[in-house]
Write a protein that binds this ligand. Structure first.
Ligand code: GLY
Length: 345
């Protein structure tokens, strides 16, 4: 086991949001510094985590009186019922507005516990200890919290920024390979959004760089009214594949195929050259992620699902690369969408 990083040794990434600003700390064992980032005036802490996280030996000590609330494992915990259950348990324990929630785990835990913190007593403070790669470079940063409805993912939620985020890189050693792959797809995305040299960095530095890229985007568009859409790069196809189901793809793998698809679409609409398409394939394959659609992909169903993407405000919108970087493109013909899907099958 690596010696626990002190905050002075950890990589610090500030998320600049005025009075809602906070720091993200990245390093091995940084979860052991939790008591340094829990705000001084917090009386008690509700630690929310998943059984798998606790079983992997990932525990925390917030340095004040606390109770641990353990949810089931998996994404299915993100329900209104689970949020209500947590809030009821907080109330039964007598958690007050002076207290705080600490969520320890991946994106499902931080989304659920963050949402509970956002609505309990109309909002109490929350700190995230992100233990998965996807959680560290995506879910724990940005302030979007939420739960799923049977009608769709993340349809109920709140913008609620954490007070601090700890990204413990030691926790990644406990991740099953498929969970790691989920994060690698998002990491590949950051190559194209902002940093073609990402691959030259060691893992903690690379995580910190991804967080810094996301922090810059979030600082420019906290409530998702424009610039944040760039974070959706590669996600239109990924969301369609996930909504269709049955393809045995992790989120990161679906995003990986989505990045290649977006590059092919950008090329076919004259926005980027073949060299840039190849770069997409090379980066995605470099993370050992898929660059093509599953052979049994239902093209018509996927095109239909593009229309139902919840981020499609003005008809189907793809974030596509181009001479001025990644931006929204609407009005792509269904025939082009189909033919390009066929081309990457
Ligand atoms: N919680 C993830 C985001 O705000 O993007």
């Amino acid at each position: 086991m690596t010696a626990a990083t002190t905050l002075a040794e950890a990589l610090r990434v500030p998320v600049e949001l005025g009075e809602r600003s906070y720091d993200v700390w990245v390093g091995p064992g940084v979860r052991h510094r939790l008591s340094d980032v829990v705000p001084d005036d917090v009386g008690r802490v509700a630690v929310v985590t998943q059984a798998a996280v606790a079983d992997a030996g990932i525990t925390v000590d917030p340095g004040v009186e606390h109770r641990v609330f353990i949810t089931d494992n998996g994404e299915h915990i993100k329900t209104m019922g689970a949020a209500e259950e947590l809030c009821r348990e907080f109330a039964q324990w007598g958690l007050t507005r002076r207290d705080a929630v600490v969520a320890v785990g991946g994106g499902a835990v931080t989304d659920l516990a963050g949402f509970a913190a956002a609505v309990y007593h109309r909002g109490i403070r929350v700190v995230y200890v992100a233990t998965t790669l996807l959680g560290q470079i995506d879910a724990s940063v940005g302030g979007k919290t939420g739960v799923n409805l049977p009608e769709g993912k993340n349809l109920v939620g709140a913008f609620w920024q954490p007070s601090a985020v700890l990204c413990d890189t030691e926790a990644l050693d406990t991740l099953p390979p498929e969970e790691m792959r989920s994060g690698l797809g998002e990491m590949a995305k950051y190559h194209f959004i902002a940093d073609a040299n990402l691959h030259s960095l060691a893992l903690p530095e690379r995580i910190a760089r991804c967080v810094a890229i996301k922090a810059e985007v979030v600082a420019a568009d906290e409530r998702e009214s424009g610039r944040r859409a760039v974070l959706n790069y590669g996600h239109t196809l990924a969301h369609a594949l996930e909504a269709h189901g049955g393809y045995d793809l992790r989120h990161g793998e679906a995003v990986a195929v989505g990045l290649v698809y977006a590059a092919e679409l950008a090329h076919r609409t004259g926005r980027i050259d073949t060299g840039r398409v190849e770069e997409h394939r090379r980066v995605v394959a470099g993370y050992d992620l898929p660059t093509s659609l599953p052979a049994d992909a239902d093209i018509d169903a996927l095109v239909e699902l593009f229309n139902r993407d919840k981020k499609a405000v003005d008809g189907v919108t793809f974030m596509l690369d181009g001479p001025n970087g990644i931006g929204p493109v609407t009005g792509l013909e269904p025939a082009l969408l189909r033919e390009t899907l066929e081309a990457i099958r």
